[in-house]
Design a protein around this ligand. Structure first.
Ligand code: SAM
Length: 280
C-alpha cells in the first residue's frame, strides 16, 4: 500500500499468506531490545526484561549498540562520498538517531533509501517518522528471502539496479542461522546489484568471550529472533566476492574512525566486526 511518499508493504504468498508476522508482544524482539539498548521508547516490558538479562552479561550493551550505529553512519558517509545515491538497508531496525536518511540529509540530500525489516513495530515507526517523503521507502520483509526484497514494487521504484547500490547489512546477519544460508542470501544481493556497488556489514563475534556470547544467545533463543554469532573467520567468509576497502574486516571502532584517537583503547571490547566491500 502507498500513502503519499511512504510505502509499506508485506510480501505475500500466492495464497495471500504473509511471510512476515504481526507484532509478537508476548515475546521479545531483537528490534525492540536494540531500541531499548539505544534508549528508545519503542519497546515493551517483555523486551526490557530480556534486554536487562543481556545487560547483566554485557553491562556495556548500550555502548556496543552506539558503536555499531556510529559505524553505520561512517560507512554511509563514505559511500555517499564515493558517489552512491541509493541504499538498501537490510534489517534497518526501529528508527532512532542517525538513521540512513538523516545521514543523507546532513551530508548529501537527495539520495534514496529503502528500509527493510521483519519487525512490525520497526515498520510502523518507520512509516510514522517518514511521512510524506518520496525518497524513502519501507518494505516489511524477511531479508532471508532476497527476491521478495528485490522484487518489491517499493524497491523497484526507489532503486535503479543499473546504478551502484549501497547494501547495508548492519547487525542483522547474526539473526540468520546457518540453515538459512547467510552466504547464499548475501550472494543473491550481490548478484542483483551493479558493479561499483558496496556492502557495509557488521556482525557479532564469538571469539573473544565465547561463554558470555553463549549466554546472550541463550537469552535471544527465547525471543522471536534467535542469534548465530560467528567467528571472525566465518564472518570473513560471508564477505566472499566483495573487495574489501581498507582497513578490511576490523572491530567496529577501527573502521575509519572520525577521530584518530577513537580506536586507541582495545577496540575488541565491542566484540563486533565490520567491513565495507565493493563489487568489482
Ligand atoms: N541495522 C540497524 C542498526 O545496525 O542499527 C538495526 C540492527 S538491529 C540489532 C537488527 C534488526 O534486524 C532488527 O530490527 C530486526 O528486526 C531485524 N531483523 C532480524 N532478522 C531479520 C530478517 N530475517 N529480516 C528482516 N529483518 C530482520
Amino acid at each position: 500500500m502507498t500513502d503519499g511518499g511512504i510505502t509499506v508493504e508485506a510480501p505475500q504468498d500466492d495464497d495471500g499468506r504473509r511471510h512476515v508476522d504481526q507484532p509478537h508482544l508476548e515475546r521479545p524482539s531483537a528490534a525492540r531490545m536494540y531500541d531499548y539498548y539505544l534508549g528508545g521508547g519503542h519497546n515493551f516490558a517483555v523486551d526490557r526484561e530480556a534486554a536487562a538479562r543481556v545487560v547483566e552479561i554485557y553491562p556495556n550493551a548500550a555502548l556496543i549498540a552506539q558503536a555499531n550505529r556510529a559505524f553505520l553512519a561512517r560507512a554511509v558517509k563514505h559511500l555517499l562520498a564515493a558517489g552512491v545515491r541509493q541504499f538498501l538497508d537490510l534489517g534497518s531496525g526501529i528508527p532512532t538517531a542517525g538513521n540512513v536518511h538523516q545521514v543523507i540529509d546532513a551530508v548529501s540530500p537527495g539520495a534514496r533509501v529503502v528500509y527493510v525489516d521483519i519487525d512490525p513495530v520497526a515498520i510502523a515507526h518507520s512509516e510514522t517518522i517518514l511521512g510524506g517523503r518520496t525518497d524513502v521507502g519501507v518494505v516489511h520483509a524477511d531479508v532471508r528471502h532476497p527476491d521478495e526484497v528485490l522484487d518489491s514494487p517499493i524497491t523497484r521504484r526507489l532503486i535503479d539496479f543499473d546504478q551502484p547500490v549501497g547494501v547495508l547489512a548492519v547487525a542483522v546477519l547474526h539473526f540468520v542461522s546457518p540453515d538459512d544460508d547467510p552466504a547464499g542470501v548475501l550472494a543473491r544481493y550481490r548478484e542483483a546489484v551493479a558493479p561499483g556497488s558496496y556492502l557495509a556489514l557488521s556482525h557479532g563475534t564469538v571469539d573473544r568471550r565465547p561463554e558470555n556470547v553463549a549466554k546472550v544467545s541463550g537469552v535471544y533463543r527465547n525471543t522471536r529472533d534467535p542469534t548465530t554469532f560467528r567467528t571472525r573467520e566465518e564472518v570473513a567468509q560471508l564477505l566472499t566476492g566483495w573487495e574489501l576497502l581498507e582497513p578490511g574486516l576490523v572491530w567496529l571502532p577501527q573502521w575509519r574512525p572520525d577521530w584518530p584517537d577513537e580506536a586507541t583503547e582495545d577496540p575488541s571490547w565491542t566484540e563486533m566486526v565490520c567491513a565495507v566491500g565493493r563489487k568489482v
